[in-house]
Design a protein around this ligand. Structure first.
Ligand code: ADP
Ligand code: ZN
Ligand code: ZN
Length: 733
């Protein structure tokens, strides 16, 4: 028998699959990890196929040995690997990296073994005591302690003297042996267990899920409607049937909160997988799942690849979140993977959100997804009241600070009442824009109607869609004012201004990329806020999602326009989602909440939808815009990104691909709405030049074109150039 082995060479850019002979003295199954001879060394590989004979025509080398008892890649995952290759053009080696923790491959990590002490088993306790002198008080104390159960030496030696312990070991009464200690993420995290009775609305949602004949159910529930309990109920039902569950949250910062709830409900059955774990933790959690000890996997995006079988439900919370789409190699969309696993396991996938993505809701309207709606909060106070504040008016009245008079007064009132405040700074990434200080005008592209991004490097405004460049704004085209600002306010400045307002004695916490660089920082910040150590929490989009703080009664949004004019067709959608989410952080328990949104464009249609919590209104308008302008979900944006350290190679390769694509376009012009080659907006990253070919194509032509593009790329690719195909990219930088 012959095994097709994919050899695991790190950093390999191609799939290296070779045939090896399976020796007669041991069996190899698909998914097995094996050692194979390769050149003059032996390396690790994975068996992905078994055939009778090989057609490669040379004498085959033999597999050296099998590395594990059972296949590391489950049959389901082997099949997923094939699908990922065929449908999403992801190489097997890259899938492998997603499926199996890097440190497990190549045995770079070991189980953690610690010395463990316990009493000898074949002797009665009294007999043991009789062997020890009555004066050896310490030894007797150790015995009494171990009578209750074994203990790790590290713990025992903090309670008793080492001499007493070793005397007992020497006498053969206490047995010392190595025992594996599982490395558990957030081991000390307290768990919450609040058994609640589901409301009718929640029960209906659960029934809707299980009665659905569609594989995906969108749980559209306003913030605070109790979606988590619906997830828990669905999981509970599946566990009772002997099945397992996958629960995804959008951000690592949300995992401790969800872990608390899940451990409270399901205890040790919960495992967690995400990129923030240490190598040891990931290795141990992965094995707990693989071995079947953990039956619920909680995690961020990558947990969708957990080695869990017999899945009964997959849940993607905050489904609209962009983090579910992997934008670096390998590029994939989590929902696509979930749908494959759902189909394989014949189970439902729930995608939940208060602000579903336009794409998902469009699928509901097209009858592809089922929908379950929860339109009321659990709390009787209902949704917090939203007020839009015109900052241009504030400026005209002489207030040039960050806060409007109204927001300042409200912050002071809220603190005086003993409640908490969250101030949200709508700053995505570090892109900056140019804006007229007098009227609020933001520099826009003449062709695309998206705002321009200011590039410090070459001092130009650029359109991230068409590539057009403009001189920086010096005078406002609307009101002729020459006072132009470069927008980009930091959270630090917000904190400074709040300090001026409320003084130094009242605690203020800040949460952004700068303050959360260490592993537990976000946990510490959120914990301190929850405990009431600070009255104000200032943050970026990190604070927008998921958190449940009962004492927050005021949410302030600074510069709400910022993402509105961000150069992306999804700007309106993102702004609606972000502001609705952050507004949803307040008034969640028995206290009434209030939201103040500061903007320079108070008349923008989006704000009336936000104010009225009118998702459907927003959706109709947005989907109509997209239809008229031929943007997703009515067309597909494809970007081929080419990068190399050599600019000439980049240009040559881009040109040759572009030429081929133009040929396709000439033959079938109806497939294309737009096709253009250009430098990428960010022209160099990590000393690699970047060029791109951007196209917008008709949806019916999409699949064929993507496949054509991959063929063209493979055919023409010179050494030293990388090319990526992105579908509806989240960022065009
Ligand atoms: P969402 O995720 O929809 O924003 P959560 O799941 O965080 O909302 O629930 C909001 C709050 O309501 C939480 O504090 C939760 O404990 C509480 N809650 C949820 N369901 C119930 C219920 N059936 N009875 C009482 N309280 C509930
Ligand atoms: Zn102006
Ligand atoms: Zn443009």
């Amino acid at each position: 028998m012959v095994a097709s082995i994919i050899v695991d060479i790190s950093n390999s850019e191609v799939d290296r699959i070779f045939d090896y002979q399976i020796p007669v003295h041991f069996a190899v199954k698909c998914g097995d990890r094996v050692l194979v001879p390769f050149g003059n060394r032996t390396i690790e590989g994975y068996c992905i196929n078994i055939t009778e004979t090989s057609d490669c025509g040379i004498e085959l080398k033999c597999i050296v040995r099998k590395l594990d008892e059972n296949p590391l890649i489950l049959p389901e995952m082997l099949q997923l690997m094939k699908v990922m290759k065929e449908k999403f053009f992801i190489r097997h080696v890259d899938s492998l990296r997603l499926f199996i923790p890097s440190k497990l491959r190549g045995n770079k990590i070991k189980a953690q073994i610690k010395e463990y002490c316990s009493l000898k088993e074949d002797e009665s306790y009294d007999d043991m005591v009789a062997k020890i002198s009555t004066r050896a008080k310490a030894q007797l104390a150790v015995l009494a302690r171990l009578k209750e159960g074994g203990e790790f030496l590290t713990v025992l030696s903090t309670e008793f003297s080492n001499s007493a312990i070793s005397a007992l070991v020497k006498a053969g009464i206490v047995i010392k042996q190595g025992m594996e200690v599982m490395r558990t993420p957030f081991k000390g995290l307290s768990s919450t267990n609040s058994l609640v009775e589901l409301t009718d609305m929640q029960n209906d949602a659960v029934e809707k899920v299980f009665n659905s004949d569609k594989d995906v159910v969108l749980l559209h529930g306003v913030t605070g409607s109790g979606k988590t309990e619906v997830y828990l109920a669905c999981i509970e039902r599946m566990l009772k049937l002997g099945k397992t569950a996958i629960m995804l949250v959008p951000e690592i910062s949300l995992t401790p909160q969800i872990l608390r709830i899940f451990r409270g409900r399901f205890g040790d059955m919960v495992a967690m997988l995400h990129s923030g774990l240490s190598d040891g933790e990931r290795y141990d959690e992965w094995r707990r799942i693989y071995d079947g000890d953990a039956r619920i996997v909680v995690g961020a995006r990558s947990a969708i690849f957990a080695p869990i079988s017999n899945v009964g439900i997959i849940i993607i919370d905050e489904e609209h979140d962009s983090s579910y789409i992997s934008e670096s190699n390998p590029r994939y969309n989590t929902i696509d993977i979930a749908r494959f696993r759902g189909e394989y396991n014949k189970c439902h996938t729930i995608i939940g959100s208060a602000t579903p993505s336009v794409e998902s809701y469009h699928k509901v309207n097209n009858n592809e997804y089922e929908i379950a709606t929860m339109d009321k909060r659990i709390s009787e106070n209902g949704m917090p009241e939203v007020q839009i504040i015109d900052m241009a008016k504030e400026m005209r009245s002489g207030n040039f600070g960050l806060f409007s008079a109204e927001l300042k007064a409200s912050i002071l009132d809220t603190i005086a009442d003993g409640n908490q405040v969250m101030i949200f700074l709508n700053r995505r990434g570090y892109a900056s824009y140019m804006q007229c200080k007098a009227c609020g005008y933001i520099a826009k592209c003449t062709d695309c109607d998206v705002s321009l991004t200011y590039h410090h490097q070459d001092k130009l405004l650029k359109c991230h869609y068409c590539g057009k460049r403009f001189k920086p704004l010096t005078q406002c085209p609307e009101c002729s004012s020459e006072s132009i600002k470069q927008g980009k306010i930091g959270t630090e400045r917000v904190v400074a201004e709040i300090k001026q307002l409320i003084g130094n004695d009242i605690g203020i916490l800040r949460m952004d990329n700068d303050t959360t660089s260490t592993k537990t920082a976000y946990l510490d910040i959120l914990g301190a806020f929850k405990e009431g150590e600070a009255k104000v929490l200032v943050g970026t989009q990190m604070i927008a999602k998921g958190h449940d703080f009962p004492d927050v009664t005021l949410v302030g949004v600074i510069d709400a326009d910022m993402s509105l004019y961000f150069s992306d067709y999804r700007s309106s959608e993102r702004t609606f989602q972000l502001i609705t989410q952050v507004a949803g952080r307040c008034g969640r328990s028995f206290k009434k909440g209030r939201v103040l949104i500061q903007t320079y464009s108070p008349k923008h249609y989006l704000f009336s939808f936000i104010k009225n919590y009118d998702y459907k209104g927003f959706f109709s308008k947005e989907v109509n815009n997209r239809k008229v302008t031929s943007f997703p979900p009515f067309a597909t944006i494809i970007r081929v990104l080419i990068s190399s350290e050599s600019e000439d190679k980049c240009v040559d390769y881009a040109k040759s691909i572009y030429t081929e694509l133009k040929l396709i376009k000439t033959a079938a012009p109806e497939k294309f709405i737009y096709l253009q080659a250009m430098k990428s907006p960010v022209t160099r990253i990590q000393s690699k030049f970047r060029y791109q070919i951007v196209m917008r194509v008709n949806r019916d032509a999409e699949l064929q074109l993507i496949s054509d593009i991959h063929n063209i790329l493979d055919e023409k690719k010179p050494r030293g150039v990388a090319a990526f195909v992105e579908i509806n990219p989240q960022s065009m930088s």
